[in-house]
Design a protein around this ligand. Structure first.
Ligand code: NDP
Length: 247
């Protein structure tokens, strides 16, 4: 490898867990390519915070559910930094509802963003990382993908699918020094879970041995570990960050 400062792409890096991941990787002196869908204010605030840690940052507004969006993301990363060492597929959405009320559109939207978005990005990353003979890919799954969750068959399918893709790609890329792992958070305090009613949150907390929700920083620490050089002999793994929820 000719480059020493690593470059990381974080999808959905503007807010919540993605923001915490960006800050953690910035603190580890990685160049950052922060992707977001539309919330420019949040994206700029996160970028500024990362820059204040002394790292180089570009922001790329792109919809990862579309192949063109992912191509734009990778071409801007390559143009600016000339390498992609770390890919964190973190962008994700929910469109919850019980099966009898779930539309095909809600199903497709979630699969397209959470699962196909990761596929498009992994394909672009694989080409670069195989050539570099170095890479770290981290996919954001969920306890919903490990255990299932009522009202979330679309979301659980996408998150279980990410685990399958993680294990398969880990096997495909292992010989090229590229690792592929997944992190499966439980209940984490972000905008995504802020919309849940207190009753639903209480019920979820009841199922957590640690009896509390987690913070974005808890998840970022696990992602940063998989993204590090030191984790080079670990691939195809799923790490639950959930206060014991999935045990
Ligand atoms: P948030 O809703 O807080 O943030 C979602 C992020 O994804 C934002 O940065 C958003 O960009 C971005 N995003 C959404 N759609 C797209 C798209 N089509 N293209 C590009 N970016 C997009 O979510 P969280 O931080 O809570 O979740 C992050 C990840 O962690 C998700 O994959 C989620 O499924 C997973 N997760 C979360 C848990 C939780 O309890 N919070 C539990 C388990 C897993 P913008 O700001 O521009 O809208």
């Amino acid at each position: 490898m000719s480059h020493t400062v690593k470059t990381a792409i974080v999808t959905g890096g503007s807010r919540g867990i993605g923001r915490a991941i960006c800050l953690k990787l910035a603190a580890q002196e990685m160049n950052l390519v922060i992707n977001y869908a539309g919330n420019q204010q949040a994206a700029e605030a996160t970028a500024e915070e990362c820059r204040s840690l002394g790292t180089q940052v570009i922001l790329v507004k792109a919809d990862v559910s579309k192949p063109e969006g992912c191509e734009k993301l990778f071409s801007e990363a390559q143009e600016t930094f000339g390498a992609v060492d770390v890919l964190v597929n973190n962008a994700g959405i929910t469109r919850d509802g019980l099966i009898l009320r779930m539309s095909e559109e809600s199903f497709d939207e979630v699969i397209d963003t959470n699962l196909k978005g990761a596929f498009f990005c992994m394909k672009l990353a694989a080409r670069i990382m195989m050539k570099q003979r170095y890479g770290r890919i981290v996919n954001m799954s969920s306890v919903a993908g490990v255990r299932g969750n009522p009202g979330q068959i679309n979301y659980s399918a996408s998150k279980a699918g990410l685990i399958g893709m993680t294990k398969s790609l880990a096997k495909e890329l292992a010989g090229r020094n590229v690792t592929v792992n997944a992190v499966a958070p439980g209940l984490i305090e972000t905008d995504m879970t802020d919309v849940l009613s207190d009753a639903v949150k209480d019920q979820l907390v009841h199922g957590i041995p640690m009896a509390r929700a987690g913070k974005p920083e808890d998840v970022a620490a696990a992602v940063a570990f998989f993204a590090s050089e030191e984790a080079g002999y670990i691939t195809g793994q799923v790490l639950c960050v959930d206060g014991g929820m999935a045990v």
